[in-house]
Design a protein around this ligand. Structure first.
Ligand code: PLP
Length: 393
C-alpha cells in the first residue's frame, strides 16, 4: 500500500493512542534496574500509582499484559477446587472465567445477555444461600470492553456486605483505570487487576494488581502453585524499589510520565472528559437512528461505545471500508458479537476534535457502506460538545 498522509486514527478501545510525551519519556537509554537511580524512581512511582487505584496499599507491577495480571490475582489468593462467582458480562468476563476453569476453580458463572452489567441482586441471593461460605471470591469485570457496559462495583460491594459474606472481591479494571472513577479501598476491593494500554496511554506490557491486606493474608495459606506471579517475592523487592526479575524499565519511564499527565489534568477532569465524549458519541449514534449495545443508561461506558448494526449488515465490512477509505481502526465485535457491532474507543489521550474526526469517519463510512441510517450524528455530537464546555474550564 502506498504511504498515507496524516496520522492513523486508532479508535479501538485499547491499546489507546500513546501521547508524544509518553513516547519521548520511553525513548531513552535503559538504566541498571539494580542501580540507585532505578530504585529511587520506583520507590516514588509505587506511591504515585496508589491514588490512581484509590488505594493506600501496595500496587504490584508485572511485565505482562492484562491476562497475566488476571492470572496473578487468582494464583496468589485461591486454591484449586475453590468456588467463585463470576458474571457473564461479555467476552472478557468469559475469558477470565475460562482461565479460572483451567486453574481448577469451580465457577458459578451468572448468565448475562452481554447488554447489562453484573447483577448485584442475583449475587446477593447466591451469597445469602451460601451459609457455609464455600464461595471464596466474587470476580467482576468493571468495564466490559467487548460490550461498552460498565458494572457498578459499589452495588456489588453492597450485595456482599448485605449477605455478610467473607468472599474476596476481585475487579478487572483493565479498560477503566485512569478513565472511569475507581476506588479500591472505599469499595472494599481485594484485588484490582489492570494493565497499561488503555486509560494509562502506554503500550501493552505492564500488568497491575492492587492488593488488600485481606488478599495478602489469603495468599499465606492458599494452595495454587506460583512462581513468576508470586506477590510475596515482588513485594519484598518492591519495598526497596526493585524487582525480583528484569522489569520492563522503559515502560516504567513511560508510566511515570503518564501518571504525571493524568495528575496535571486532574483525575476528576479526566473522568469527566471521558463521560462527556461518551455522551456526545451516544447522541451521534441516536441521530444516526442506530442502537447502542448497552441497555442500561446507568451502565453506559465512558470508555467506548458499541454500535449495533441493522439486521443483515456485516459490521466488519463497515469497519474494513472505514479503514480503507479513512485510515481509521474501530474495534471489532468479539465472540458472539462478531459481525453484529463495531466499537468506538473514546479513551485515553483524546479531545473534542479527536472525537469529531472519529465520528465524521464513522458517519462517512456508514454512507459509503450503504448502511441504512440517518445523517446528522456528527452535528448532534458537535451541538452537544459546543454547548457543554470542557470539564474544569
Ligand atoms: N480484560 C479486559 C476488560 C480487557 O479489555 C482486556 C483486553 O482488552 C483483557 C482483560 C485482556 O488484557 P490483555 O489483552 O492485555 O491481556
Amino acid at each position: 500500500m502506498s504511504r498515507r498522509a496524516g496520522r492513523h486514527f486508532l479508535q479501538i478501545p485499547g491499546p489507546s493512542n500513546i501521547p508524544d510525551r509518553v513516547l519521548r519519556a520511553m525513548d531513552r537509554p535503559i538504566i541498571d534496574h539494580r542501580g540507585p537511580e532505578f530504585g529511587r524512581m520506583m520507590k516514588e512511582l509505587f506511591v504515585e500509582l496508589q491514588p490512581l487505584f484509590g488505594t493506600r496499599g501496595p500496587v504490584v507491577v508485572f511485565p505482562s499484559s492484562g491476562t497475566g495480571a488476571w492470572e496473578a490475582a487468582i494464583v496468589n489468593t485461591l486454591s484449586p477446587g475453590d468456588k467463585v462467582v463470576m458474571f457473564e458480562t461479555g467476552q472478557f468476563a468469559s475469558l477470565w472465567k475460562k482461565m479460572a476453569d483451567k486453574l481448577g476453580l469451580v465457577v458459578d458463572f451468572i448468565p448475562g445477555d452481554w447488554r447489562h452489567g453484573a447483577d448485584a441482586a442475583v449475587l446477593e441471593t447466591r451469597l445469602a444461600e451460601d451459609k457455609g461460605h464455600a464461595i471464596k471470591a466474587v470476580m467482576v469485570v468493571h468495564n466490559e470492553t467487548s460490550t461498552g457496559v460498565t458494572s457498578r462495583i459499589p452495588l456489588i460491594r453492597q450485595a456482599i456486605d448485605r449477605a455478610n459474606h467473607p468472599a474476596l472481591l476481585m475487579v478487572d479494571t483493565i479498560s477503566s483505570l485512569g478513565s472511569v472513577e475507581y476506588r479500591h479501598d472505599d469499595w472494599g476491593v481485594d484485588v484490582t487487576v489492570s494493565c497499561s494500554q488503555k486509560g494509562l496511554m502506554l503500550p501493552p506490557g505492564l500488568g497491575f494488581n492492587a492488593v488488600s491486606a485481606k488478599a495478602i493474608e489469603a495468599g499465606k495459606s492458599n494452595r495454587m502453585p506460583r512462581s513468576y506471579w508470586d506477590w510475596d517475592e515482588m513485594l519484598k523487592s518492591n519495598s526497596a524499589g526493585y524487582f525480583p526479575y528484569s522489569p520492563a524499565t522503559n515502560m516504567l519511564f513511560g508510566l511515570k510520565e503518564a501518571v504525571m499527565m493524568l495528575n496535571e489534568e486532574g483525575l476528576d477532569n479526566v473522568f469527566a472528559r471521558h463521560e462527556r465524549h461518551a455522551e456526545a458519541t451516544r447522541r451521534a449514534v441516536a441521530a444516526w437512528g442506530l442502537d447502542v449495545l448497552c441497555l442500561e443508561p446507568k451502565e453506559y461506558s465512558p470508555v467506548l461505545t458499541a454500535v449495533v448494526m441493522p439486521e443483515g449488515v456485516d459490521a466488519d465490512k463497515v469497519r474494513a471500508i472505514i479503514l480503507e477509505r479513512f485510515d481509521m481502526s474501530l474495534g471489532t465485535g468479539l465472540g458472539k458479537l462478531a459481525g453484529k457491532i463495531f466499537r468506538i474507543g473514546h479513551l485515553g489521550d483524546f479531545n473534542d476534535l479527536s472525537l469529531m474526526g472519529t465520528l465524521a469517519g464513522v458517519e462517512m463510512g456508514l454512507a459509503v457502506a450503504e448502511v441504512p441510517h440517518k445523517r446528522g450524528g456528527v452535528q448532534a455530537a458537535m451541538d452537544y460538545l459546543a454547548g457543554n464546555s470542557r470539564a474544569g474550564h
